[in-house]
Structures are given as structure tokens and as C-alpha cells.
Design a protein around this ligand. Structure first.
Ligand code: SF4
Length: 122
């Protein structure tokens, strides 16, 4: 992550903290989401004991890569720069996920990945 991006996001978090304080005092809401969670898929290549995903008989429909791209641009139009935490299941099992990461990062967003790290071992 570039320092400038980090600084901008830090500024947005600080601004939001002030907006939250104003909201609590006055009920005037100037807050805006900055961080999002994106559940890419439910499929996973691991079977953790405490997890239910790998026990599912059927998986929910997933957004296509194009639908993800449209959604991310729509969020950007609404809140400006933001960070997103992509998770699953195992997001790297979704065909085209790396293309989605390139799309996201190339538009100066911040991404965090929660994944098993085991996809590349095979
Ligand atoms: S890695 Fe995550 S999604 Fe996969 S089985 Fe374990 S807890 Fe569930």
C-alpha cells in the first residue's frame, strides 16, 4: 500500500470518527462507510472443524467478476476511496479472482485478503 493511500484512508477514518461523535451528540448523520467486507465465495479447499462452509450441500450463487467490478465502482462513486476485505471460503478458488484484484488495486483501492494460503501449494 502506498503511503499516500494509507494517509488518505487514515484521514477518512479520522473524519468519520468526528462524524460519529457529532452523530452521537446531535443525531445529525455525516458518517460514511470506509471499509467493506466482500464474501467472494463459500467454496474452500480446507475443512476447518469449526467452519460450516465445507459442510454445505449447496453453495449460494456467487457474483460474477463483472458484477463485482460494477459493485466496486458503484461503491467508489458513493464513498470515494475505500478498503475492502475479501474473504470466502477461499477467494482464490474463484475463477477470475486475480483479475478482480488487479481491477480493484489499479483503481487505487486498498484490499485485504483473508484466505487459506493453500491454493498455491498444489
Ligand atoms: S479456511 Fe476458512 S472458509 Fe475454509 S474451512 Fe477453514 S474457516 Fe472455513
Amino acid at each position: 500500500m502506498q503511503f499516500k493511500t494509507l494517509a488518505r484512508l487514515g484521514g477518512k477514518h479520522a473524519k468519520n470518527a468526528i462524524a460519529e461523535a457529532v452523530y452521537l451528540q446531535t443525531n445529525l448523520d455525516f458518517t460514511q462507510p470506509i471499509s467493506f467486507s466482500g464474501l467472494i465465495n463459500e467454496r474452500c479447499n480446507v475443512k476447518c472443524r469449526y467452519c460450516d462452509y465445507w459442510r454445505l450441500k449447496e453453495y449460494q450463487d456467487e457474483l460474477s467478476i463483472k458484477e463485482w467490478q460494477d459493485a466496486l465502482l458503484s461503491i467508489k462513486a458513493f464513498v470515494g476511496e475505500f478498503s475492502i476485505n475479501f474473504s470466502g471460503g477461499e477467494p482464490f478458488l474463484k475463477p477470475g479472482f486475480i483479475d478482480l484484484l488487479h481491477f480493484f488495486v489499479s483503481r487505487v483501492f486498498t484490499v485485504v485478503l483473508l484466505q487459506t494460503g493453500l491454493v498455491y501449494l498444489k
